[in-house]
Design a protein. Structure first.
Length: 229
């Protein structure tokens, strides 16, 4: 009458691409690289130092906790590189490097390793690190620096190399020394809200505005999304 066949139950995802985890993660890194490169062009060596710091500290933290948990070398899946890049791109380009390092450690340790690693974390590790420095250092995380400032490839933003317990040189004084007429250091949203200054749409789209390290160029962000689609 009826043949008895074993019932197989599978969990999601039910549709899969023939790609490994590390291949998927590498593609995400490739999508982020143009945004990171433009950030360096826009903000100079301070942005480069920020990206290198968060990426290296994220990788070192990942390696530390993978050894402590006996999971072997989890750096090969590239996920922690994404964490380091994403974290840097959400931070102000002039954030002190030691704060960026703290954010990277907290993000990977509390946002990823504590939950058991890749695939088990319930929050984005990069945003965990960003949220931590937002709560711990609210002034530093909301201090903006000029885009395309003269000398950005030859000198750091003064606050970049500030050490713990040291008072950084006021960014406003540094900006004044750049002779940028009418510059306030505010983001486009703040300029519109408090000063009633409308930023040109082209600048918003192409990246000629101030803000976090990787948020300026909407065009490159959209192109990265299309690459991943």
């Amino acid at each position: 009458m009826f043949s008895k066949q074993p019932v197989e139950i599978r969990t999601a995802p039910h549709l899969k691409r023939p790609q490994t985890v590390d291949q998927i993660m590498r593609n995400v890194v490739y999508a982020l690289l143009p945004v990171a490169a433009f950030a360096v062009y826009q903000f100079g060596i301070s942005a480069l130092a920020l990206i290198v710091t968060t990426t290296l500290v994220s990788m070192l933290t990942e390696r530390l906790f993978s050894r402590l948990s006996g999971k072997g070398n989890t750096l090969r899946d590239w996920s922690v590189v994404i964490t380091g890049l994403l974290l840097a791109l959400t931070l102000p380009p002039g954030l002190p490097l030691w704060m960026a390092a703290v954010a990277a450690f907290v993000g990977v340790a509390l946002g990823k390793a504590l939950f058991g690693g890749l695939g088990h974390n319930v929050m984005n590790p990069a945003l965990v690190g960003r949220a931590f420095v937002q709560a711990a250092f609210p002034v530093a995380i909301t201090t903006w620096t000029p885009a395309f400032a003269p000398g950005r490839f030859s000198e750091f933003i003064p606050s970049t190399l500030t050490l713990p317990f040291m008072k950084p040189e006021p960014v406003a004084d540094w900006i004044a020394g750049l002779a940028i007429d009418g510059y306030t250091g505010a983001t486009p949203l703040a300029m519109q809200k408090f000063q009633h200054i409308q930023v040109a749409t082209g600048d918003l789209f192409l990246g000629g505005v101030n803000g976090s390290t990787g948020e300026a160029s909407a065009l490159l962000i959209l192109l990265g999304g299309l690459y991943l689609a």
